[in-house]
Design a protein around this ligand. Structure first.
Ligand code: DX5
Ligand code: ZN
Length: 217
């Protein structure tokens, strides 16, 4: 079980009419990162926001930002997101015709490369990249929407990546349906970064309570 757990707040669940206050709330609650869900209406059946909004978020915080690119051929946007201030640029293995070339584009743009896989993708498809990327993001719901329930059948994907990446500095993040109540199961399988939207923004006792419970499992 990893010693420290990082909490990444998915701003998809924020109140966009009060984005600045929401970012303050994320910072004051002890979150370690901002998770920024980019959807193109093609790779996933929904559209969210792009680099201009990321740049606005960047101006509000110094927390690291992970751009989770649920976008077909995301490499073409790497320079734009790097200039907007993304620190990590996480792409779906299923969305790239040449994943190796996309990872090179991300690194050349000056961001930390990350690979995400859908629930139905076997981790074995991507384990050869454990030495070349900084982050693996295991989807625990079908990408496209916040507020879904975590699919426990994806947990073996975390174990497999943890095993393949043993000894490396790799982060293993889990995204989708992560809540205070299931955080322990996710971390015990080997994840060290918990990405959560509704589980943080809508937690009845407040975001700070959710963060402290997720960090003290
Ligand atoms: C889903 C997104 C997730 C989502 C998580 O496609 O990638 O990041 O915002 O939201 P919750 O935690 O509410 O499932
Ligand atoms: Zn996401």
């Amino acid at each position: 079980m990893p010693e420290t757990v990082r909490i990444s707040a998915s701003v998809l669940a924020a109140d966009f009419a009060h984005l600045e206050q929401e970012i303050r709330r994320v910072e004051e609650s002890g979150c370690d990162e901002i998770h920024f869900d980019v959807m193109d209406g093609h790779f996933v059946p929904n559209i969210t926001f792009g680099a201009d909004i990321l740049q606005a978020v960047r101006s509000l915080t110094s927390l690291p930002i992970d751009a989770h690119m649920m976008v077909t051929e995301p490499g073409r946007f790497a320079p734009q997101f790097a200039s907007a201030g993304a620190n990590t640029f996480t792409v779906h293995a299923e969305a790239c015709s040449d994943l190796g070339a996309t990872l090179t584009e991300i690194a050349e743009a000056g961001m930390r490369p990350g690979i995400s896989i859908n629930p139905s993708t076997d981790a074995a498809v991507v384990t050869r990249y454990t030495a070349t990327v900084d982050r693996f993001l295991v989807m625990s719901v079908e990408p496209g929407f916040g507020g879904q329930s975590l699919m426990p059948e994806v947990l073996p994907n975390i174990e497999e990546i943890r095993f393949a990446g043993a000894g490396s500095e790799l982060d293993i993040a889990v995204d989708g349906g992560v809540k205070v109540d299931n955080a322990k199961d996710v971390v015990e399988t080997g994840a060290d970064t918990l990405i959560s939207g509704t589980g943080l923004f809508n937690y009845a006792e407040g975001m700070a309570a959710a963060v402290s419970r997720m960090k003290s499992l």
